[in-house]
Design a protein around this ligand. Structure first.
Ligand SMILES: O=C(O)c1ccc[n+]([C@@H]2O[C@H](COP(=O)([O-])O)[C@@H](O)[C@H]2O)c1
Ligand SMILES: Cc1cc2nc[nH]c2cc1C
Length: 336
């Protein structure tokens, strides 16, 4: 059962006290993996994925029956600075598109056999422009974290969190820059497709935000430079950690949310894998800071959880091989 998220200190405490993977299940899965009808290591990273999944589920021979994709949407005051190629009203329009089944993520979730939920967070009240003031108050941060925390279905067995928020590659860049250092220009990319002048302006905005509101605390950075959908993703990833539900991370914005959690307590992202590396320039560096190797690299730069949803089928396939294959003894195959 997931405890109620009453305040920010509860959130920190829940993360710090969250259980790790089940070592007996991990060991059982490693032993089983060694007996399956294939040369040792021949399934490459699929073997690691299956053992990782088994440990978090506490079952040496698990199956994946109920993946969940959650898309969170938020609006950003920083769009007043002209940081996106699209206008902010696209956020609410895309939420309607998600609800009618017309977005890419609807199809990708369906193709992965996942149920999909959409949560729009206070779209009529954008966060503050972080070049002027902290993006959120503590109460606003808590409310967004709670939305994510409560959105996770405890009966799901694999989670993808995605987002929709015009302007949100700007807060994501600011989060990366604040948490891991370096120049704003190294963290700032084209998002939905700003031109060279737009990129220069966006870089200035990121630098200004970090200079004014930077911090080395993950939750403070999330509050001052993040956004509601980013905080909701962090809340959902944290809830999944407490519930021992493995998570497939999506693109640049999702990983920025995850990075805030990584700064709160060690091992906080051990239940996550990187679904893909997006085309947003700094995503590779961000994944490097998180110590994650992406499963896919398809040039996606959509968000919505799209790369995470695509990777569900890889995790499912890894677990299907692990749990469904015959052992050498069962199949009467000589094990060399
Ligand atoms: O996931 C990514 O890496 C990604 C990269 C570029 C853009 N996006 C999506 O595009 C939107 C943000 O782009 P922008 O230019 O408005 O900051 C937001 O809705 C994201 O879902 C997402
Ligand atoms: C149309 C559109 C769809 C999106 N999905 C995620 N981010 C998006 C940004 C735009 C502009």
């Amino acid at each position: 059962m997931l405890p109620e998220l009453t305040d920010l200190s509860t959130f920190r405490a829940q993360l710090a006290a969250a259980p790790g993977p089940d070592t007996a299940a991990t060991q059982g899965a490693e032993e089983r993996n060694g007996q399956l009808t294939k040369p040792p290591g021949a399934l490459g990273r699929l073997e690691d994925l299956a053992i990782w999944y088994a440990g978090w589920r506490g079952d040496a021979r698990p199956s994946i029956e109920a993946p969940q994709v959650i898309v969170f949407a938020g609006n950003h005051g920083v769009t007043a600075q002209g940081v996106s190629a699209f206008p902010p009203e696209v956020t609410v329009q895309m939420v309607a598109n998600f609800q009618h089944g017309g977005a890419a993520i609807n199809q990708l979730a369906k193709a992965a056999g996942a149920k999909m939920d959409v949560h729009a967070l206070d779209l009529e009240n954008p966060t503050a422009d972080f070049t002027q003031a902290p993006a959120m108050t503590e109460d606003e941060l808590l409310a967004a974290l709670q939305t994510g925390w409560n959105a996770v279905d405890p009966s799901s067995d694999l989670l993808v969190v995605g987002e929709m928020g015009i302007g949100n590659t700007t807060p994501a860049a600011a989060i990366g820059c604040a948490l891991f250092g370096g120049e704003a220009g190294e963290w700032t990319g084209r998002g939905t497709g700003v031109d060279d002048a737009g990129l220069a302006n966006k870089t200035r905005v990121v630098a200004e935000g970090v200079a004014k509101h930077g911090s080395d605390d993950g939750l403070e950075v999330l509050q001052r430079l993040g956004g509601r959908e980013i905080a909701a993703m962090a809340g959902a990833i944290a809830a999944a950690r407490v519930l021992r539900i493995p998570v497939v991370l999506d693109g640049f914005i999702c990983c920025a949310a995850a990075a805030c959690l990584a700064k709160i307590a060690g091992g906080t992202l051990d239940h996550t894998v990187a679904g893909h590396q997006s085309a947003e320039g700094a995503h590779g560096a961000l994944l490097g800071h998180l110590g994650k190797e992406p499963l896919l690299s398809l040039g996606l730069r959509l968000g919505e959880g799209s790369g995470g949803a695509l990777a569900i089928n890889i995790v499912k396939s890894a677990v299907a091989c692990h749990s469904g294959m015959a052992t050498f003894a069962e199949a009467g195959v000589s094990d060399g």
